[in-house]
Design a protein around this ligand. Structure first.
Ligand code: G1P
Length: 294
């Protein structure tokens, strides 16, 4: 690919229509993406990452009961004015900035028919260009931001790029797993991929994490695939179909992934994020010492 033709991605799709059953009862009335991680919802951390990657437009694919995501990323003048009246300028500025982070768009996934179906719901916004895809459960800590890391691989090799990490063999059945050939350290040309394989059938232990750069060609393949693992329309199956026509690469992720899709991961994420902040670090360490539990 000629680098002068390269246009960095500026749209990122966030599928956020999942039911959040792993977090019930906490998610009975709030979307799992809106669960707090320190001082802001999980999805706000993901949006910060996309914005840091240079993206200007965010497409949320939401479902029923997810109105609070739209409310959160909308302008909320009353509360900002009230905060300013009360002299709380710093927090007012922070709240007022949220709706300006990017241009926010919304697509509706009426039924939870799988990740592939969710991505297809965003077609109207992304049909002519490469776009980023970020699964909100995975909060990534990395520098440069992970979507920038993936886009750098696309700049060099072209095609779609998946973020991967080596996982223990007994965890492969939780992920999309790639069969690939290494083209340089940490970069792979994908030959095939399979969604949630049994340990014995997995082609490798390289698991797809929740970040992708995807070619618009994916939409044609999403329309062709049949229901796959779990009876759902799987993005992994559409990518496997697309790579017969266009190259797909994978890049080993450099950074830390916090899996906020499960309770254990969310607790770990809270601790890790707190330890990163000098003030909160003192509180966490002090609380652990005071508790006398360790
Ligand atoms: C989805 C994808 C899977 C990927 C995983 C990463 O699965 O289908 O390929 O490995 O996200 O978190 P889910 O976790 O939604 O079941």
């Amino acid at each position: 690919m000629n680098s002068s033709e390269f246009t960095p991605i500026n749209k990122v799709v966030f599928p956020a229509a999942g039911l959040g059953t792993r977090f019930l009862p906490a998610t009975k009335d709030i979307p799992k993406e809106m669960m707090p991680l320190i001082d802001r919802p999980i999805i706000h951390h993901d949006v910060d990452e996309a914005v840091a990657s240079g993206c200007s437009d965010i497409v949320f694919v939401t479902g029923i009961g997810k109105e609070s995501i739209k409310n959160y990323f909308s302008q909320f003048r009353d509360i900002v004015d009230l905060l300013r009246e009360r002299g709380k300028y710093e927090i007012a500025d922070l709240v007022d900035k949220i709706h300006t982070l990017a241009n926010f768009h919304y697509a509706m996934q009426e039924k939870p028919l799988g990740l592939g179906h969710a991505v297809l719901c965003a077609e109207g916004f992304c049909k002519d260009e490469y776009f980023g895809l970020a699964l909100p459960d995975d909060v990534m800590i990395s520098n440069p931001p992970v979507l920038s890391q993936l886009d750098a691989v696309r700049k060099k090799y072209g095609g779609s790029v998946l973020c991967v990490e080596a996982v223990p063999e007994d965890e492969v059945s939780r992920y999309g797993i790639i069969d690939a050939e290494e083209v340089e350290p940490g970069i792979y040309r994908v030959k095939d991929l399979v969604e949630k394989p049994a340990k014995e059938e997995a082609p490798s232990n390289l698991a797809i994490l929740g970040r992708y750069i995807i070619s618009p060609l994916i939409f044609a393949h999403l329309k062709k695939i049949k229901r796959g693992a779990g009876g759902e329309y799987q993005l992994t199956d559409a990518i496997a179909s697309m790579l017969k026509e266009e190259p797909v690469y994978a890049a080993l992720f450099t950074g830390k992934r916090l899996d906020c899709g499960v309770k254990e991961g969310w607790i770990e994420a809270t601790v890790v994020k707190a330890l990163e902040d000098p003030e909160l670090r003192k509180i966490v360490i002090g609380a652990v010492k005071k508790s006398g539990l360790l």
